[in-house]
Design a protein around this ligand. Structure first.
Ligand code: GTQ
Length: 344
């Protein structure tokens, strides 16, 4: 490959003349924006231990009242991007949110899409677009772009969940903003129950406007049972993985990030090919070893890690007796829509 000219090779008066006209020569920076063969991601394989972060999150509960935080979140930030950027990857934001008994996180809506994966505690709920979504461990709750959402807690123990948003991308696009609103009125109807049987959808005979997002809550009991059923037949199926989908369209549950539940059989090693999107792994049940680049993370329950794109990933369930269940988020829908998705 050709050595390209450097900025320093150009006379200072020429560089000054360019700068005065808001002009930049491409060639000194060409390789940085179009590196050979594959991208040079800032995203670094990084893991966050729940055991290590939990006491700090609980401390936030005493240091900062909910009224002063609105959302009491510790962000899982990737050092490769700089912690202040609050990015796990180019498009993925991760946060651990704490809600204490009796607290209320007021209603708002925003352009970034969010989901919550419930990590611990009972009795909290999110109201999304007028639908009250109770939170239990392993449940996935969507708050797609533009929908009102607020969090409440009628229980007696702290509730923690993992927020996954496409905030870094939407912010990069200069399209990120929020609007505050009044407490929502809860409307009858629950999408998770009316859409719980795959292949059977409510018939919209008298409905005027169909909801773009008919299902907002994906209970873990349903996802877990579906994974166990998938693992049984065929018994040789290598990748026991489900995609969280919009039941009305069959497409991804949200527009930008993809969400999946994976079961690793006892003792299973799963080699995933290098694919362009970055991804996140969060252990719902059991333990999983994640090998990516020169890193090896031994994730216990509630631990989370992220991996850059364009690199193979190996997942191992070290237990010889128990399956492991892993929640995955990735940038696949975004890459597919943009036409840059690839597998190597
Ligand atoms: O719960 O609405 O982690 O608006 C970041 C932004 C959570 C939320 C986050 C948010 C929320």
């Amino acid at each position: 490959m050709n050595e390209l000219g450097r900025l320093e090779d150009l006379p200072q008066d020429y560089r000054d003349a360019l700068k005065a006209q808001n002009l930049v020569p491409l060639w000194p920076s060409l390789r940085a924006v179009l590196p050979p063969g594959k991208p040079r991601p800032n995203t670094r394989a990084t893991a966050w231990s729940y055991q290590a972060l939990r006491p700090l999150l609980m401390q936030a509960g005493t240091l900062t009242p909910i009224e002063k935080a609105e959302r009491r979140v510790l962000v899982l930030a990737n050092p490769g991007h700089g912690l202040e950027k609050m990015q796990a990857s180019a498009a993925i934001y991760l946060g651990m949110q704490l809600l204490l008994p009796g607290e209320w996180a007021p209603s708002h809506r925003h352009t970034p899409n969010a989901v919550r994966m419930i990590v611990e505690g009972e009795g909290a709920y999110t109201t999304v677009d007028g639908e009250k979504c109770p939170m239990s461990r392993g449940d996935l709750i969507l708050t797609p772009t533009g929908l009102w959402h607020e969090h409440g807690h009628d229980g007696s123990e702290p509730v923690v969940w993992l927020d996954v948003l496409d905030l870094p991308l939407v912010h990069y696009m200069e399209a990120s903003y929020h609007v505050d609103g009044p407490r929502q009125t809860v409307q009858p109807g629950s999408g998770d129950r009316t859409h719980a049987r795959g292949g059977l959808l409510p018939t919209p005979v008298f409905e005027r406007a169909r909801k773009a997002y008919p299902m907002l809550r994906y209970p873990w009991v349903e996802a877990r049972a579906a994974l166990l059923a998938l693992a049984e037949d065929p018994a040789a199926l290598e990748c026991v993985q489900l995609t969280y989908t919009n039941p009305a369209t069959g497409g991804d549950a949200e527009n930008i990030l993809g969400f999946y539940a994976l079961m690793l059989r006892p003792g299973q090693t799963l080699n995933l090919p290098a694919r362009s999107p970055a991804s996140v792994f969060h252990v719902i049940e059991g333990g999983a070893q994640v090998r990516v680049e020169d890193q090896r993370f031994d994730l216990a329950e509630a631990d989370t890690c992220c991996a850059p794109g364009y690199t193979p990933i190996t997942l191992v369930n070290a237990s010889a007796t128990a399956p492991a269940f892993v929640f995955i988020a990735d940038e696949s829908p975004l890459h597919r829509k943009l036409g840059v998705y690839e597998t190597r």
